[in-house]
Design a protein around this ligand. Structure first.
Ligand code: ZN
Ligand code: MN
Length: 484
């Protein structure tokens, strides 16, 4: 009997584009967006009769790097097969992929589990295959009038990474993908900012019930959203005493829901057979050339040891290659001295402000961030003013305005703390208490929120320039006086 509160079980199949210059079986460029549609094509990637594929060695080396980084066993001999199906994005009516003998088997990726510590998500296999073309639907995918096809994408190398059903929540699936993305970025084989560079099929079930496959999710956030929708849908079915059908569903990104696919699509018979135009792939002699750089886990440990970062900060900072590089540049002039503040300000504040603006880290100068951290370290400005300076910096970059240094912003907005000069604070405290008699009553009645409320009022009046510790001391003193 299925239990609606039963364990959620998730497995993923992740397609990632390898960032090679040319396609997997021909010399066409993989840059499929900068010129018009169907410009980077040739008889091979168009599947014209008689055209013979020639394997791109670089793509296999990239795939081997990934396999090694994910602790897989790279098989000395693998094989390409034809996967036959008819769909307009597939010009040859078959996809060259690997089936019986993939490039690599086993392996694992460690993620932070929902309970805290690290947990290994086992991998089943990694295989290499070619990307199909790209369909552009004119209108709704089901009811649109027509679709256009662009074969520029046909033949771009993909790896398909298949996990075991080891994830226990949509959130863990998201973490798996984030970790995978970071690993691929560190390996320098993948461009995560390229649209469509990652596509995910997810298997999800509630323990004791059939599993459902959600196809073709194209964003990192989409995976967590689609799976969260499925958990609710499946649990509701079980609660109502209904059976979960084993089926394929599609994720409709715009609506955040999954929808049953037509049953025809579930009963494919791909009639795999070995690709007669490609010889078995033997890679033993290439193995020595596969050298791995420092990977996210190792860098996280190093950030803790070398910079004294907390586990959480180290995890966030090393979770994206660019962010990790940025951090190291910001603190380069004084590693130990700047790290504690820089870690907080980059991992928490800057990252939050960038997300809020949907802004790329590329627009931020490490030197400007160093300048801000130095002002904070010297206690020239309060944390609150620090946030204000950062916001001005980011907005200037975003609007492509001349960038002021943090020092200049502090001067222009008159944000510097004036140590010893408590006059302004005292005045603001006096005003805040007089204007809010109820807060004073609340404070007298012992309601703890009253103090925080008054702190907020004073901060507003001093535009955040008041040093929090000093403000607290002065405000408490003033309240005690009036309590008497
Ligand atoms: Zn081509
Ligand atoms: Mn595939």
């Amino acid at each position: 009997m299925a239990d609606p509160d039963g364990q959620v079980i998730v497995g993923l199949e992740v397609h990632c584009q390898l960032d090679t210059k040319s396609k997997l079986f021909c010399g066409c460029s993989t840059d499929y967006r900068s010129d018009g549609p169907n410009t980077h094509v040739c008889p091979i990637c168009l599947g014209l009769p008689g055209a013979m594929p020639a394997l791109n060695k670089r793509a296999i080396e990239y795939a081997m790097k990934v396999a090694k980084a994910l602790n897989c066993e790279i098989l000395n001999e693998s094989e390409f097969s034809r996967k036959n199906y008819f769909y307009p994005d597939l010009d040859k009516a078959y996809q060259i992929t690997q089936y019986d003998k993939p490039l690599a088997e086993g392996g694992y990726l460690e993620i932070e589990s929902d309970e805290g510590g690290e947990r290994k998500i086992r991998l089943t296999r990694i295989h290499v295959e070619e990307d199909p073309g790209r369909l552009v639907h004119m209108g709704n995918v089901e009811r649109g009038k027509y679709s256009l096809v662009d074969y520029n994408r046909a033949g771009i190398p993909l790896i398909e990474i298949v996990s075991e059903p080891d994830m226990r929540s949509p959130k863990e699936a998201r973490k798996f993908l984030n970790k995978l993305r970071a690993t691929l970025e560190y390996l320098n084989v993948f461009d995560s900012e390229k649209e469509g560079s990652i596509r995910v099929d997810a298997n999800i079930s509630i323990k004791g019930s059939e599993r459902v496959e959600v196809k073709n999710i194209t964003s990192y956030k989409g995976v967590e959203k689609a799976l969260t929708f499925e958990v609710t849908r499946q649990k509701n079915l079980i609660r109502r005493g209904q059976k979960i059908e084993r089926e394929t569903r599609h994720y409709l990104e715009a609506r955040g829901v999954t929808q049953a696919g037509r049953s025809k699509e579930q009963e494919h018979d791909y009639r795999y057979f070995p690709e007669p135009d490609l010889r078995p792939l033997r890679v033993r002699s290439w193995l020595d050339g596969i050298v791995l750089p420092e990977l996210p886990d190792a860098r996280r440990e190093r950030f803790m040891a070398e910079y004294g970062c907390s586990l959480n900060h180290a995890r966030t900072l090393t979770g994206e290659l660019k962010l990790a590089n940025f951090f190291e540049k910001v603190v380069a002039s004084d590693k130990r001295g700047l790290s504690p503040l820089a870690a907080t300000w980059i991992a928490d504040t800057l990252k939050g402000e960038l997300n809020y603006r949907d802004m790329s880290l590329d627009l931020v100068e490490p030197a400007a961030m160093t300048g801000l951290v130095l002002l904070l370290k010297a206690e020239t400005i309060t944390d609150k003013s620090g946030v204000e300076v950062l916001r001005v910096m980011l907005d200037q970059r975003l609007k492509n305005e001349p960038a002021e240094t943090p020092d200049a912003i502090v001067k222009r907005l008159n944000l510097a703390k004036t140590p010893g000069d408590t006059g302004a604070i005292t005045k603001a405290i006096d005003e805040a208490i007089t204007e809010n008699p109820k807060a004073l009553d609340d404070y007298r009645a012992g309601r703890s929120g009253a103090l925080n409320f008054l702190v907020g009022q004073v901060m507003k009046k001093t535009r955040g320039k008041a040093d929090p510790a000093e403000l607290n001391r002065l405000l408490t003193g003033e309240l005690k006086k009036r309590e008497a």
